[in-house]
Design a binder for this molecule. Structure first.
Ligand code: HEC
Length: 147
């Protein structure tokens, strides 16, 4: 069973619902993210993370992404991107463009099934710049996974 099926099975079994994770739509308290210094990207979503190495923005993106992730994603996906089991471990996302596609799909569309919000549409609350910074941070955590 691949990891996506694994999470679907868990969700279908109501495990997440039972833990109180399922929220009514709009029940999110997003924390503002200061993206000062990052190259502005405009409204249209890019397909690939523009802040990845060798971008000049890489170091700043990791720093902004660290704080933005820990304020907006960690309560479900785990502090420092280490999943505690209630939502997927984001360090397991594919690196580079492959992982970018799935990341973008999820942050824009969230995970909503039968009216239940398992993951809110985070792009409704956070800018593209903030979300690619989070992606950059997550990938920097992936590099530490072997430890
Ligand atoms: C309310 C809890 C919650 C919050 C907050 C949340 N997520 Fe999620 N996320 C989930 C759940 C649950 C899934 C699994 C959904 C599924 O499999 O259908 C998920 C799936 C994902 C996936 C796909 C992972 C995979 O392996 O398939 C990505 C990428 C993701 N989230 C990114 C984020 C980012 C980035 C943030 C913060 C900006 C965030 N999420 C905030 C609950 C959350």
């Amino acid at each position: 069973m691949n990891k996506h099926n694994f999470w679907r099975t868990l969700l279908a079994a109501g495990v997440l619902g039972a833990s109180g994770l399922v929220m009514g739509h709009g029940d999110v308290t997003p924390q503002a993210v200061d993206i000062k210094g990052l190259e502005p990207l405009g409204e249209e979503w890019l397909d690939e993370n523009p802040y990845r190495k060798p971008s000049d923005n890489y170091d700043l993106a990791v720093k902004i992404g660290d704080s933005a992730y820990n304020q907006n994603c960690a309560r479900c996906h785990g502090l420092e991107a280490i999943s505690g089991g209630i939502a997927p471990d984001l360090r397991m996302l594919e690196p580079d463009l492959d992982g970018d596609e799935w990341f973008k799909e999820r942050v824009i569309n969230g995970a909503v099934r039968d009216g239940a919000v398992y993951m809110p549409r985070m792009a409704d609350y956070l800018s593209q710049e903030a979300l690619w910074a989070i992606r950059t941070y997550i990938e920097s955590r992936r590099d530490l996974m072997e430890e």
